[in-house]
Design a protein around this ligand. Structure first.
Ligand SMILES: Nc1nc2c(c(=O)[nH]1)N=C([C@H](O)[C@H](O)COP(=O)(O)OP(=O)(O)OP(=O)(O)O)CN2
Ligand SMILES: [Zn+2]
Length: 118
């Protein structure tokens, strides 16, 4: 069984490696939508895979590094594309959440990335 939990955070960024004149070279912001998928066995007594509260508590310190910050200043996010941000979130979350299966990160209503660790 797989459960999921949705988070949002707001952050500014610019993309340093796009060609001159590309709009994303300018500082701008997004409301990111992050969905975390966790797979595991149903615990018989509790009737759940993991308490959603525990997932929220695990993600909180990771998201707080991003929320209302300039992503380019976060170590490891000097080129904060959606792809590299998803990988960064995965790399921070995976050691803390053993059943982590997939993350989805939407940068705009119509664009985003899915990452399963490879
Ligand atoms: N593969 C990727 N392409 C782009 C990324 C990315 O992370 N991965 N990022 C950007 C920029 O961050 C940009 O802010 C997003 O631009 P865009 O999709 O054009 O979004 P808009 O809302 O500005 O689109 P409009 O159609 O102009 O409203 C670009 N590409
Ligand atoms: Zn952007």
């Amino acid at each position: 069984m797989t459960i999921y939990q949705h988070f949002t955070f707001d952050a500014a960024h610019f993309l340093p490696h796009v060609p001159a004149g590309h709009k994303c070279k300018n500082l701008h912001g997004h409301t990111y939508h992050l969905t975390i998928y966790i797979a595991g066995e149903l615990l018989e007594k509790e009737g759940w895979i993991i308490d959603f509260s525990d997932v929220k508590a695990t993600l909180a310190p990771i998201i707080s590094v991003l929320d209302h910050h300039l992503l380019n200043e976060v170590p490891g996010l000097e080129n904060p594309t959606a792809e590299l941000l998803a990988k960064w979130i995965w790399d921070k979350t995976r050691p803390l959440l053993s059943g982590l299966q997939k993350i989805e990160l939407k940068e705009t209503p119509g664009t985003g990335v899915m990452y399963e660790g490879n």
